[in-house]
Design a protein around this ligand. Structure first.
Ligand code: ZN
Ligand code: ZN
Length: 78
């Protein structure tokens, strides 16, 4: 099951579970559309896998299976 992370790993913008701007790789590294379609060119910088649009979890399902609230952020190392 997707954890539906709440933010972009690169620029830390909020990505709520109903956001159509969220992009994920197969490991669920999570990025916003601006990062994914721009500087990342559709590739996850962590695993080089492709980034695709994260599906929206319906609200009824979110009640039973809430989105993650744990923010993941990779700080550039320079
Ligand atoms: Zn971003
Ligand atoms: Zn990845």
């Amino acid at each position: 099951m997707l954890s539906l992370r709440p933010n972009c790993e690169r620029c830390d913008v909020d990505l709520p579970p109903d956001s159509r701007e969220a992009r994920i790789c197969s490991f669920e590294c999570t990025f916003c559309a601006d990062c994914a379609d721009g500087p990342l060119a559709g590739r996850c910088p962590n695993c080089t896998g492709e980034l695709v649009r994260r599906p929206i979890r319906p609200e009824a399902a979110l009640m039973r299976f809430p989105a993650s609230v744990e923010r993941v952020l990779k700080r550039p190392s320079a």
